[in-house]
Write a protein that binds this ligand. Structure first.
Ligand SMILES: Nc1nc2c(ncn2[C@@H]2O[C@H](COP(=O)(O)O[C@H]3[C@@H](O)[C@H](n4cnc5c(=O)[nH]c(N)nc54)O[C@@H]3COP(=O)(O)O)[C@@H](O)[C@H]2O)c(=O)[nH]1
Length: 763
């Protein structure tokens, strides 16, 4: 932006100032000139008057006052002369005249005016001040005389003749002086008018000149303004204007050059626009490609991350419960044990196994079993407070506060505990949490856990050993009545069996002939006669001693080993029953447990084969199938059960009441017996509800004309209750635990139960 001070305006202002200053100076000069000229003219006129006549020297010579007054009047021609006096050579005034004297006029001393002047010269003295200078001018003009004023005796006529003759030329003597007072303000007044005229003329000239100059400069600078505007437009990117300038001078040349430049710029801009558009299109294309690549990359990264996460989850997490699996548990426990050892604090491992989970799984089906495990996992997790220390050492994905090792086995790790009371508190909390009924697929289920606790480094220094110790403690807890927890102690040493080792050993148990059967009598509730027995498997482990079935049957079922083991039980039971028979020990029936894996195969063929091979009468063999097994696929079970029934064997429903039997199905199964589950016997007197429940179960069995057997009876009042309800057969610790064959033979030979029953009833 050129702003106000364009070249044109600057030149114009400069010229205006110069012109105005020049005109003012000129006017002042002329006025001053005029003033000086008028003043000089006034003096020279007065001198001429003084010289022009002979009357004046004569009148002075003769001091003729009257004549002199007249003669002095000649000096008053110009307005400026306000005082006139005739003075002799001794400065004595002879005559004087005044005109309009100002108040401030004060005539100077005549001698003062002539003080330094030659007597023959005109002398002058300024006094007062005005705009132009002094306001008054005192002038002393010598009046020459041909006659020496000292000549006193010259006659008037002679004097006149001499003056006339000489015409005052060549006069050698000063007769006196004319003294004039000139008011310079009057001179100024006349000069001022002159000055105004001159000023007006000069100003007019100036204005005309300025106007012309402005027009001229405008004409010269207009192309420059246009150029500036054009340059501004070009810098703003506006290239649609050209430079219009007339003539062929420098401006014309510049115009043509600039127009060429604009033309070039326009074509450059057009090329640039095209390039820009092409570039934009390229950029857009590249951006789209990049964003596509980016999305693909993000997707790939996400997929890789998801796959990694999935693989990690698959490798380290249990898909059913989302809890850490055995792999993660083992790895992280090793780390935590190292930390515990290094920092000198204790760590507790709680090994949790659900009691009777298999039964629930069998009776309600796998989806219910899965739902139950999920619920258990959830309850365990919410009952275990996250250890701050674990959080410090392990990331969120590596915590093993609660893990699932497989099946119904869970673990809880308590890091940095002060003493074992902490583990007791947590174990009690876990028992309480799990004890609450669970609603699984519409069924209210109560599960009880058995918990084994081992401490590191007190009980073990390796993960494997710690797990074994906790497992052993859990086994003891289960053995001692379930729904409880036990700490590992060195006294338990040797009784624990690690799962992997257990599986390996179990596979070899058949070949090594380590399996055996114990027999638990079934007693007639009224007579005390042994009306049957249940053959219960045991495993005589070379290192761990006698292992109870709940420790290996679930594993056998998981691994499928239950089929050959079940076949062995069938064969051994039939062989033993034949042996009893041969020993003349009348055992009306011997019951064996049949697992679902056996039952759903070609089990009837197997039984038929064994019966034939052993020579045992089918009616002496009873097959116990859990309610869950037969109701799991009730339609298929009807056929299988009929196939078995055709053989002549007895069929019994084990754990009756824990499953969800349909009465219509039950009536279609060829059953002989219902075994009321032990839990109903235990709970019969807990509440009126429990009592009504067992009464209903018994009533149902009776209505189906089935033999009612109560198992798990180990107290007198339970016996009396069942007696009162019309249950026919009792099996339980009240009479006998499962016994090795020798002891059982002995029991059969010396049956103590009639007396025992009598004693109970007599109480
Ligand atoms: N498939 C097969 N399963 C088998 C076989 N042998 C046993 N089993 C299963 O193992 C479960 C546990 O058996 P066990 O430890 O032998 O326990 C039995 C009894 O000792 C116990 N019982 C009997 N009376 C009482 C009592 O008064 N109190 C008390 N605490 N326990 C008692 O009950 C078990 C017998 O139960 P059941 O079979 O339901 O009649 C066992 O449940 C079998 O499922 C096998 O050869 N094959």
């Amino acid at each position: 932006m050129a702003g106000f001070f364009t070249i044109g305006r600057t030149i114009a202002m400069l010229l205006v100032v110069v012109f105005l200053a020049a005109s003012a100076a000129l006017t002042f000069f002329l006025v001053y000139e005029q003033y000086s000229r008028q003043s000089a003219q006034l003096i020279s006129d007065s001198v001429w008057i003084s010289k022009s006549g002979s009357q004046l020297p004569l009148a002075i010579h003769y001091k003729d006052e009257r004549v002199l007054e007249d003669l002095l009047g000649e000096y008053f021609g110009p307005d400026a002369v306000v005082y006139a006096a005739a003075i002799d050579t001794l400065d004595n005034p002879i005559a004087e005249r005044t005109r309009g004297l100002g108040e401030n006029y004060q005539s100077a001393l005549f001698s003062e005016v002539r003080e330094n002047a030659d007597p023959l010269d005109v002398a002058q003295l300024s006094s007062g001040t005005s705009i132009m200078g002094p306001s008054y001018l005192e002038v002393s003009i010598p009046v020459f005389s041909y006659i020496n004023p000292l000549e006193k005796d010259v006659a008037r006529d002679e004097f006149g003749n001499r003056v006339a003759y000489s015409r005052n030329e060549g006069a050698q003597h000063v007769a006196g002086y004319v003294y004039l007072g000139i008011d310079l303000t009057k001179v100024e007044q006349s000069v001022t008018d002159y000055g105004i005229r001159i000023g007006a003329a000069s100003l007019s000239f100036c204005l005309v000149a300025i106007l012309l100059i402005l027009m001229f400069t405008r004409r010269i600078t207009a192309p420059l303004s246009n150029l500036a505007q054009l340059a501004q437009d070009i810098s703003a990117g506006k290239l649609d204007k050209t430079f219009k300038a007339r003539g062929r001078g420098e401006v014309g040349q510049i115009a043509s050059m600039i127009n060429n430049v604009i033309k070039e710029l326009n074509s450059y801009k057009a090329r640039l626009d095209v390039d820009h558009q092409l570039l934009s299109m390229k950029v857009e294309e590249r951006t789209a490609q990049l964003s596509k690549r980016n999305k693909e990359l993000s997707k790939a990264v996400q997929e890789v991350t998801e796959t990694k996460d999935r693989m990690r989850r698959m490798a380290y997490y249990d898909s059913l419960t989302d809890l850490p699996n055995r792999q993660l548990f083992t790895e992280q426990l090793a780390l935590l044990m190292r930390i515990a050892k290094r920092e000198g604090h204790n760590l507790a491992l709680l090994f949790i196994d659900l009691d009777n989970f298999k039964r629930i799984n069998d009776s309600l089906g796998h989806s219910a079993g899965d739902a139950l495990l999920r619920e258990v996992a959830q309850r365990l997790s919410s009952s275990v407070r996250e250890s701050d220390l674990i959080s410090k050492y392990l990331d969120a994905h590596s915590k093993i506060d609660v893990s699932r090792l497989g099946g119904d086995e869970f673990t809880v790790v308590l890091h940095k505990i002060e003493n074992q009371d902490v583990a007791s508190t947590v174990a009690a909390r876990l028992l309480e949490a799990l004890r609450q009924p669970m609603l699984i697929e519409g069924h209210e289920i109560v599960v009880t856990p058995s918990i084994g606790i081992a401490l590191a480094p007190r009980d073990a220094s390796t993960v494997e050993d710690l797990l074994k110790r906790a497992d052993t403690a859990m086994y003891h807890s289960k053995n001692e009545g379930r729904n409880n927890y036990r700490f590992y102690s060195s006294a338990m040493k040797g009784s624990g069996v690690g799962r992997l080792k257990l599986e390996t050993d179990l596979r070899k148990s058949l070949e090594r002939d380590e399996l055996l059967l114990h027999y638990q009598p079934q007693v007639d509730i009224r007579t005390g006669a042994i009306v049957g027995a249940e053959a219960l498997i045991r495993w005589q482990h070379p290192e761990h001693g006698l292992v109870p079935p709940f420790r290996f049957i679930p594993l056998a079922e998981e691994t499928g080993l239950i089929v050959p083991i079940g076949d062995w039980v069938l064969e051994e039971a039939c062989r033993q029953q034949m042996s009893f028979q041969q020993q003349k020990l009348a055992l009306p029936k011997l019951a064996i447990n049949v697992s679902s894996l056996q039952f759903h195969g070609k089990f009837a063929d197997k039984v038929a084969k064994v019966l034939i091979e052993s020579g045992l009468s089918p009616k002496r063999l009873e097959l116990e199938l859990t309610e869950g097994v037969i109701m799991g696929d009730a339609k298929a079970s009807i056929e299988s059960l009929h196939n078995l029934k055709k053989l002549g064997v007895r069929l019994s429903v084990d754990d009756f009441g824990t499953g969800y039997s349909s009465l219509s199905y039950l009536s279609r199964f060829p059953l002989d017996e219902l075994k009321i589950d032990r839990s109903f016997v235990i709970d019969y007197n807990k509440s009126q509800n429990d009592r009504s429940l067992i009464e209903a179960i018994i009533a149902m069995g009776k209505s189906l004309n089935l033999m009612m057997v109560a198992e798990g009876v180990d107290e007198d009042d339970q016996f009396r209750f069942l007696y009162g309800q019309g249950v026919q057969v009792i099996q339980g610790f009240l009479f006998s635990k499962p016994l090795p064959v020798d002891e059982f033979v002995e029991l059969m030979r010396n049956n103590p139960f009639p007396a025992q029953i009598k004693a109970i009833l007599d109480q």
